[in-house]
Design a protein around this ligand. Structure first.
Ligand SMILES: Nc1ncnc2c1ncn2[C@@H]1O[C@H](COP(=O)(O)OP(=O)(O)OP(=O)(O)O)[C@@H](O)[C@H]1O
Ligand SMILES: [Mg+2]
Length: 466
């Protein structure tokens, strides 16, 4: 064997290892590929998770908006909005700030849910402030921490302070900021994610539209109700005016022959002096005639042909006099009287005797409504324009069916001979020409009459305006 041949046939162990090196390279690339695939799988799983969450969010938003649009009741709408926000992003607390009514532009707390302190209800924030103008411009949720600065008003700082590590979500309708949702930190302690922010942003737009819809609906409902009330009041006063006028005319006609009958009765009494039986009969006739005269007097009060002569009247004194007069009849019926008189009650302009008549009628009615005893609470309150008096008893109240008729002349539920049904129509007539109002409502305890009379200041202003 030559050297060359020997070299050729060198044992395998001494030959250079070319093949295993190549395998390592392949192995390495495979491993790398595997790692890349693994990484891709992780990425895809994450994207898939995010996609699923997005689909879920979108589905939730779709469902919620459908519900929002169907809910026209304001409170229910806000309730489900806050609950959805808290549930969906896991916030520990949420508060919504909106305009409470048409009288104010400021945003006030209207609803808060969750644990922890609730912002003060009476603090209002101005939607034109720098903070809210900035938020309106951004039109997306912002971490509250980014908003707290020296440029905030003290009110804003107080409110934002409660939500320091949370989110502020502007509620924007068209281009106008109509409200603000503040969310506190997450229950989990984690940060808010982009998904959360996106979700809240879409939901905020939906709720802003739904809020405006509900507002519009409630506004229209209120306007329709006010219109109906006004129409009813108008009808009632027209009907009462017509009835009153007719009663007054009849009363006027009855008054004259009544005077004549009374005079002749005096003559009859004189001629019958010798006959005790006849005198007894004359007394009965006189008594009944006095009763008719009383009714006629009341009827004339229902409708006032003559202009009233007003003076300053202190209602606390007037009511006090009526109660003094009624002390015995009330206590003998086991009726306890409670008075809650406002201090420094402003005077009203009126005819004291007629106003006394009103309160007397109402107290007598209350007594009649509580034959087995009870209590009567008379309270006065006032503001710049009106003095309000309420007389609330613990009687049975008045059934809704007959309530529209109680101010009608001759409407009574009392036994024949017990009541003429003129008391309340007299009250109505008197209060009307005092430019006030009288109304009745049932309460849990019984019946409650409310009288509103203009204060002297309001009366003078009105007269000056005429
Ligand atoms: N406080 C009250 N609680 C319950 N029902 C009342 C009350 N006040 C008035 N009413 C009802 O209203 C009706 C009308 O009252 P109103 O004072 O006009 O007439 P009246 O009391 O029946 O008779 P009168 O002419 O003697 O006053 C009463 O018959 C009664 O049914
Ligand atoms: Mg009465």
């Amino acid at each position: 064997m030559t050297e060359r041949t020997r070299k050729k046939t060198r044992p395998a162990a001494t030959r250079p290892r070319r093949k295993p090196a190549a395998r390592t390279v392949v192995d390495n690339s495979l491993q790398q590929l595997q790692a890349e695939i693994d990484q891709k799988v992780v990425q895809l799983t994450e994207s898939n998770r995010q996609l699923k969450r997005k689909i879920f969010d979108l589905y939730t938003i779709f469902e919620i908006s459908r519900n929002f649009n169907a809910v026209l009741k304001f409170q229910t709408l806000l309730d489900s909005f806050i609950f959805t926000c808290l549930g969906q992003v896991g916030a520990s607390r949420g508060a919504v700030f909106l305009r409470r009514d048409a009288t104010t532009d400021k945003l006030h707390l209207v609803m808060a849910k969750g644990s922890g302190s609730i912002p003060a209800e009476n603090i209002g924030i101005d939607p034109q402030s720098r903070l809210l103008t900035y938020l309106a411009g951004l039109n997306r949720p912002v971490p509250v921490g980014d908003l707290i600065s020296d440029a905030c008003t003290p009110e804003e700082l107080t409110i934002l302070g409660d939500f320091q590590s949370g989110l502020a979500v502007p509620l924007i309708y068209q281009t106008r900021l109509i409200g603000l949702l503040l969310l506190a930190d997450k229950i989990s302690g984690r940060q808010y994610t982009m998904d959360d922010i996106e979700f809240l942003s879409i939901l905020a737009n939906q709720i802003a539209v739904a809020i405006e819809n509900a507002r519009l609906y409630e506004g229209e409902k209120m306007a329709a109700m006010q219109l109906r009330n006004l129409q009813e009041q108008l009808l009632q006063s027209e009907r009462l005016a017509a009835l009153g006028e007719m009663s007054a005319k009849i009363a006027h006609e009855v008054n004259n022959p009544l005077g004549i009958i009374k005079n002749y009765l005096l003559l009859v009494r004189r001629t019958a002096e010798e006959k005790p039986e006849a005198i007894k009969h004359v007394a009965v006739v006189e008594q009944e005639i006095d009763r008719i005269a009383g009714i006629v007097r009341q009827l004339l009060d229902v409708h006032r042909p003559r202009p009233p002569i007003f003076s300053r009247v202190n209602l606390t004194l007037v009511i006090g006099e009526v109660l003094a007069l009624m002390e015995r009849p009330l206590s003998s019926n086991s009726i306890e009287v409670r008075t809650v008189f406002a201090e420094n009650l402003p005077d009203v302009l009126g005819e004291p005797d007629n106003l006394k008549q009103v309160f007397l009628n109402l107290v007598i009615n209350a007594r009649d409504a509580m034959p087995d005893g009870g209590s009567l609470t008379i309270a006065t309150t006032f503001d710049e324009d009106w003095v309000r008096t309420t007389l609330c008893d613990t009687g049975p109240g008045i059934s809704p069916e007959i309530q529209p008729r109680i101010f009608d002349p001759f409407f009574t539920t009392k036994e024949p001979g017990q009541g003429t049904g003129l008391g309340l129509s007299v009250c109505y007539g008197i209060i009307k020409y005092h430019n006030g109002s009288i109304s009745f409502r049932n309460t849990e305890q019984g019946g409650c009459f409310e009288i509103l009379l203009p204060t002297v200041k309001k009366g003078v202003e009105r007269d000056a305006g005429n």
